[in-house]
Design a protein around this ligand. Structure first.
Ligand code: HEM
Length: 416
C-alpha cells in the first residue's frame, strides 16, 4: 500500500502525523518521491509540507509572508539575531555587515587552515596499529571549531566549552521539534554563558576603532568602533555568538554524511580519491555536494504563514494556508525533484546553485562560502588517509547516540 493510501485511510490526526514522521525516518526519499508526484503539497494536522523544488524556492523567497520560527529559541539565548527575524533591521544590516567581514578573499586561507587542522589531526589518529579512526572525534567538529577560533576570531575559553555551547544551542534552535523545556533551558543557559564570555572579550578590546587583527570579529569591532556597522554592543555580541552556533554541528554533520555517501559508492569514491590526490578541488567538491544530497543535513526547514498565503501560486496544486499555519519547506525533497535534478536517483555532479544544502532566500546561510571550503577540504583529507574504507557489518554507520548529532563515525585505514 502506498503512503498516501494508508495516510488517507487514517482518520486520527495524531496517527496521521506519526505515520508521516515514521515514513520520513524509514525512507524519506520514497515518501517524498510519492508526494512530489501525487500530492506535492501535503496537509498534515501539525503543518503543511511543500515538496517540489520550485515551490520550496518560491516560499523561501517570500520571507515576510513565510516567516522563520526561531525567535523564541534565539532571543533568550543569543539575543536579537538575523535568523530569528523577517523584514527587520537584523536581516538587512547585520547580514550585510557580516557578509562584508567574512571576506571572499579569505577563502583560500580558510581552506588552507581546514587542510592543516584536518591533516594534523588525522595523522595523529592514524599512527597506531588499530586500523580504525573516528571522523567525528578526529576532525568533523575540530575543523569548524578551529575555523571559528582562528579565522572568525572567536577564541572562546577552551574547546570543550565552545563545543558544549554549540551543542546546547543547536539542539534547541534546530532540533527541539517537541518544544522540550529542558532542551530550551539548556540552550538559554549556554547562550547566556556565551554572551557573557563574548561581552568581556569585546569589552577588553576597546577602543574598537583600532582593534588589531584580520579576522571577522576584529573587523567587526573596527567597523563598529568607526560608527559604520550600525550595530550596538548587543548587536556585536549576538552576531559573534551566531558565528559559533551556525558553524560547528552543521559542518560536522555534513562532513560525516557526505563522506559516508561517497564511500558507499565505489565509483564515486574512486573518482573522489583521484581528484583528492591531484588537488582537483572543482571535481572533488562537486562530488561532495552531490553526495550530501543523498543524506542532507536536514530534510526541511520550518516557516509560519504571517497572513493567509498561497503556496505554489499558479500551479495546478496551489493551496492557500491560513495565518499561523506552519509550513515545512522540503529542501531534501526539492533536491530530488526530477524537474531540476534529472535522474534524481543517479549520483551525478550538478551545478552548485541548484542544491539547497545551505537554505535559500533571505535566510540563506551566512557561512555558505566558508562551508563550501571547509566541508570538502575536511573530507578530502579523510580520503587521503591511506587505505581509508568503510568497516564491515555496519561498523561505519553514523551513530547519533539517540541525539540529534553525529557522535561517532568510524572508518578503517591501512595501519603502517
Ligand atoms: C561555516 C560556518 C557557518 C556559519 C557561520 C553559518 C551561519 C548561518 C547563519 C547566521 C544563518 C542565518 C542567516 C540568516 O538568517 O539570514 C545560517 C542559515 C543556514 N545555514 Fe549556516 N552557517 C554555517 C555553516 C553551515 C553549514 C555547514 C550548513 C549545512 C551544510 C548550513 C546550513 C544552513 C541552513 C540550511 C540555513 C538556513 C536555515 C533556514 O532557512 O531556516 N550552515 N547559517
Amino acid at each position: 500500500m502506498s503512503f498516501l493510501e494508508t495516510f488517507d485511510g487514517t482518520a486520527d490526526p495524531a496517527a496521521r502525523t506519526a505515520l508521516f514522521f515514521g515514513a520520513v525516518q524509514a525512507d524519506w526519499r520514497s515518501l517524498f518521491a510519492e508526494l512530489r508526484e501525487t500530492r506535492p503539497i501535503l496537509d498534515l494536522p501539525v503543518m503543511t509540507v511543500v515538496t517540489r523544488w520550485a515551490d520550496v524556492v518560491d516560499m523561501l523567497s517570500r520571507n515576510e509572508t513565510f516567516r522563520v520560527t526561531y525567535a523564541p529559541h534565539m532571543d533568550p539565548s543569543v539575543g536579537p539575531f538575523m535568523l530569528g527575524r523577517d523584514g527587520a533591521i537584523e536581516n538587512w544590516r547585520d547580514k550585510a555587515a557580516m557578509r562584508t567581514l567574512l571576506r571572499w578573499d579569505d577563502l583560500p586561507g580558510i581552506r588552507a587552515t581546514a587542510a592543516e587542522v584536518a591533516s594534523t589531526a588525522l595523522r595523529a589518529a592514524t599512527q597506531g596499529p588499530s586500523g580504525v579512526f573516528d571522523v567525528v572525534a578526529t576532525v568533523s567538529r575540530l575543523v569548524p571549531l578551529k575555523i571559528v577560533q582562528r579565522c572568525f576570531g572567536f577564541p572562546g575559553p577552551d574547546d570543550a566549552t565552545m563545543l558544549a555551547w554549540s551543542r546546547a544551542t543547536q539542539a534547541d534552535m534546530f532540533h527541539n521539534l517537541t518544544n522540550d523545556p529542558a532542551i530550551l533551558q539548556a540552550n538559554i543557559a549556554a547562550g547566556q554563558a556565551m554572551q557573557a564570555w563574548v561581552a568581556q572579550f569585546v569589552d577588553g578590546r576597546q577602543p574598537w576603532a583600532t582593534a588589531a587583527g584580520e579576522d571577522t570579529v576584529s573587523r567587526l569591532l573596527r567597523l563598529t568602533g568607526a560608527g559604520l556597522s550600525g550595530l550596538d554592543r548587543q548587536g556585536v555580541i549576538s552576531n559573534v555568538c551566531g558565528l559559533l552556533v551556525g558553524a560547528i554541528e552543521t559542518a560536522s554533520q555534513a562532513i560525516a554524511n557526505a563522506t559516508a555517501q561517497i564511500l558507499l559508492n565505489p565509483t564515486q569514491a574512486g573518482l573522489a580519491t583521484q581528484a583528492a590526490q591531484k588537488g582537483d578541488n572543482a571535481t572533488f567538491d562537486a562530488i561532495v555536494w552531490e553526495a550530501l544530497r543523498f543524506a542532507p543535513m536536514t530534510t526541511f526547514v520550518l516557516r509560519v504563514a504571517a497572513e493567509p498565503a498561497v503556496l505554489a501560486p499558479g500551479t495546478d496544486h496551489q493551496a492557500t494556508v491560513p495565518a499561523g499555519r506552519v509550513v515545512a519547506a522540503g529542501i531534501g525533497s526539492a533536491m530530488f525533484d526530477p524537474a531540476v535534478f534529472p535522474g534524481p536517483d543517479d549520483f551525478q555532479t550538478r551545478p552548485r546553485d541548484l542544491y539547497l544544502h545551505v537554505g535559500f532566500g533571505a535566510h540563506i546561510c551566512l557561512g555558505q562560502y566558508v562551508a563550501y571550503e571547509i566541508i570538502p577540504e575536511t573530507i578530502r583529507q579523510v580520503l587521503l588517509v591511506p587505505g581509508v574504507h568503510l568497516l564491515p557489518q555496519d561498523g561505519s554507520a553514523i551513530n547519533n547516540a539517540g541525539g540529534p548529532f553525529a557522535e561517532s563515525f568510524k572508518l578503517g585505514f591501512k595501519a603502517a
